[in-house]
Design a binder for this molecule. Structure first.
Ligand SMILES: C[S@@+](CC[C@H](N)C(=O)[O-])C[C@H]1O[C@@H](n2cnc3c(N)ncnc32)[C@H](O)[C@@H]1O
Length: 311
């Protein structure tokens, strides 16, 4: 599939809903990155170690030729899904078709029952699951993850201490579980992409002078109640934000073009200079963005997002 560098292209796009997805900031990122993508609309190397749903990754794939990319995340279920679609997207499509048909034929109560049945099976599978070597079970697990993601409450991914997915049923009228054309496009796009599971620091080995590095860590909570930072069993606290700032410095020295986004603590606490101090030698801008992940609908609204670059 040839990119024709047009915004009209719809695919590939994220195949999962992911908290903190950056859909609404894409144009802003595009403007910031365009001066560093000088060479015939080609990005030589793109590295994204907090990839989540991959909103920027897929956006750039729609717009530019990217010679090679490396995506990673600490969430092993998410990374399993990327790897499985890369290896055998056809079986994923067949399996999703089967689950979707089964689900949509049911009445609402029966759909709820079906959701919990799949969630239960998904959780029972954790024990003895081989995340390293591709096997048949990867197809079922990835299809289940996509199904659960599209039918659970708010598209959240949350696990208990045992690593079990524990988000309740979501009650959608006609949930669209998957888009076949998109799964095909995602498979295509992952061909020249390295996919890894691990802490963000491990992506340092892929960084060189020509890399664009996008860092989108879990939000620093704006207040005590909006603490949705647990995409994985381990959270992401201020110590991790500081580790990330050191990584930012190190990768700057390697010559990468870096762009980082985070919530702006000044939204709530105007005197909070946490990020201003951590990144005081770089460019910091504040962009208005809508925030959707808050259990209390009245608290979803427009808030500033921080964008920090080293160029
Ligand atoms: C704000 S989300 C990224 C959202 C993404 N940009 C998108 O468009 O969907 C942050 C991601 O960081 C991952 N994460 C949390 N701690 C991490 C760590 N120490 N190293 C790498 N990834 C981590 C989470 O699993 C989550 O997917």
């Amino acid at each position: 599939m040839q990119n024709n560098h047009s915004d009209v292209i719809k695919y590939p796009k994220p195949f999962l809903k992911w908290a903190g997805g950056k859909k609404q900031l894409l144009n802003e990122f595009g403007k910031i990155l365009s001066p560093v993508i000088k060479d015939k609309n080609t990005i030589k190397r793109y590295v994204e170690p907090f990839v989540g749903g991959g909103a920027l990754f897929f956006y750039l794939k729609r717009k530019y030729d990217i010679e090679e990319s490396f995506i990673s995340d600490i969430n092993k279920e998410l990374i399993l899904a990327y790897k499985t679609i890369k290896i055998d997207h056809k079986s994923i499509i067949d399996k999703l078709e089967e689950i979707q048909n089964k689900h949509l034929q049911k009445s609402e109560d029966k759909r709820k029952e079906h959701y919990y049945q799949v969630r239960n099976e998904y959780n029972l599978q954790i024990e003895n699951f081989d995340y390293i070597k591709f096997n048949e079970k990867w197809i079922q697990r990835t299809s289940y993850l996509i199904f659960l993601n599209k039918t659970c409450f708010n598209g959240l991914f949350r696990q208990n201490q045992k690593g079990e997915f524990n988000v309740p049923f979501g009650r959608y009228k006609n949930p669209k579980i998957y888009d076949e054309k998109n799964i095909i496009a995602v498979n295509h796009t992952l061909k020249n992409t390295g996919i890894y599971c691990g802490d963000f620091t491990q992506s340092g080995r892929f960084i060189n002078k020509k890399s664009i590095l996008y860092l989108d860590p879990p939000y620093r909570p704006l207040n005590k109640t909006s603490n949705f930072t647990t995409y994985s069993k381990k959270g992401f606290g201020d110590e991790d934000q500081k580790r990330l700032a050191l990584f930012f410095d190190k990768m700057t020295r390697k010559g990468a073009y870096i762009i980082l986004s985070n919530s702006d603590p000044k939204n709530n606490l105007p005197d909070d200079n946490f990020f201003d101090e951590l990144y005081n030698s770089y460019n910091i801008s504040r962009i208005p963005a809508k925030r959707f992940i808050n259990c209390d609908a009245s608290k979803r609204g427009e808030l500033n997002e921080l964008i920090i670059t080293n160029f």
